[in-house]
Design a protein around this ligand. Structure first.
Ligand SMILES: C[C@](O)(CO)[C@H](O)COP(=O)(O)OP(=O)(O)OC[C@H]1O[C@@H](n2ccc(N)nc2=O)[C@H](O)[C@@H]1O
Ligand SMILES: Nc1ncnc2c1ncn2[C@@H]1O[C@H](COP(=O)(O)OP(=O)(O)OP(=O)(O)O)[C@@H](O)[C@H]1O
Length: 282
């Protein structure tokens, strides 16, 4: 075993997101389809034998001890009783607060990376349960397969989806997930659908009307992208996306977007980059 490990933390898209209701604890019952993108943060881990957890690459506005990477590492260390620590470096590429799951994916990569480096041999069920306590989106990244999710996002059913190319536009605004879910105008009464009807292309994002109203930058991005392709919000935003049969088709549209609206092109994948890399390591 090497004492150093570099792994990707890929983005996700919510291809649709329905809000069915609100639980007593304030969390929302939802239905969503998750697919991964071949576009990722990169994390490097090195063993420490003094038990310290140190993240050497701060994110602006996120204190060291609140970073989901540090929180994930400390929880895994405590719950496993492991005496080892880690030095961690993050190359941040996913927009923070973008609705593409950057923080959750970093947390999941940390759990899987340190499970490997510390040789804990925790199974995916145990890691996903720990991850759920860090964020509703962490379990799908731990499991690494495109999924239909219910509950607060933790009841996952693997699905096989087409793997088109996506153009993801990144409005330059940070959308707070908690604020969107607390918005009085958010509709919370969509009827439950069958996974089959959603896989056939049914569905929408129930957060989109509220986010469009509160964040003009997101509304403008949707208007721009809709000139070329049917565009939709992912998660609670800010990112919006459209799908294309080939990379070339997506690139052509990307080149026509104004410089004020950054974007990237990536393929949708049913097995996450992280899990493809871990399989190579095994
Ligand atoms: C919108 C999605 O990205 C869709 O994939 C997720 O449901 C959000 O996942 P996340 O960012 O991991 O969310 P968390 O960190 O667990 O929660 C952030 C905040 O969003 C709200 N929240 C989140 C998930 C959910 N099912 N209901 C909620 O009401 C809660 O107010 C919570 O305080
Ligand atoms: N490693 C991390 N990367 C990004 N954000 C982090 C991280 N650790 C903590 N955070 C905090 O989490 C918040 C949400 O970040 P994130 O980039 O995951 O949002 P998001 O893409 O909207 O996520 P989701 O789609 O899961 O709602 C940030 O505003 C930041 O304060």
């Amino acid at each position: 075993m090497s004492a150093r490990l570099t792994l990707p933390a890929p983005a996700k898209l919510n291809l649709m997101l329905h809000i069915l209701g609100r639980r007593a604890d304030g969390y929302h019952e939802l239905q969503t389809l998750f697919q991964f993108l071949d576009y990722a943060d990169e994390l490097s881990f090195a063993l420490r034998d003094d038990g310290e957890i140190r993240l050497h690459t701060p994110i602006d506005g996120v204190p060291h001890d609140s970073n989901l990477i540090v929180r994930a590492a400390r929880q895994l260390q405590q719950l496993s009783g492991c005496r080892l620590g880690a030095d961690i470096w993050l190359d941040k590429r996913l927009p923070v607060g973008g609705g593409i799951g950057g923080g959750s994916s970093d947390a999941a990569t940390t759990l899987l990376g340190l499970n490997h480096l510390w040789q804990l041999h925790w199974d995916a069920d145990r890691l996903a349960a720990l991850g759920l306590g860090l964020g509703a989106d962490v379990p799908v990244f731990v499991r690494g397969h495109a999924a239909f999710a219910e509950g607060v996002g933790e009841r996952l059913q693997p699905v096989e989806l087409a793997e088109p190319w996506f153009l993801v536009a990144v409005p330059q605004v940070l959308v707070s997930t908690a604020e969107v879910f607390n918005d009085p105008e958010l509709t919370r009464n969509t009827s439950a659908s069958t996974v089959r009807s959603l896989l056939e292309g049914g569905g929408r994002n129930d957060c989109q009307p509220v986010v469009e109203k509160r964040y003009p930058a997101v509304r403008n991005a949707l208007i721009l992208l809709n000139k070329f392709v049917s565009a939709r919000l992912t998660g609670t935003g800010a990112c919006v996306f459209g799908s294309f049969p080939t990379q070339d088709d997506a690139d052509k549209v990307a080149r026509q977007l104004p410089a004020t609206l950054p974007s990237f092109v990536a393929q949708g994948r049913n097995i996450s980059m992280l899990h493809r890399r871990l399989k190579d390591l095994a």
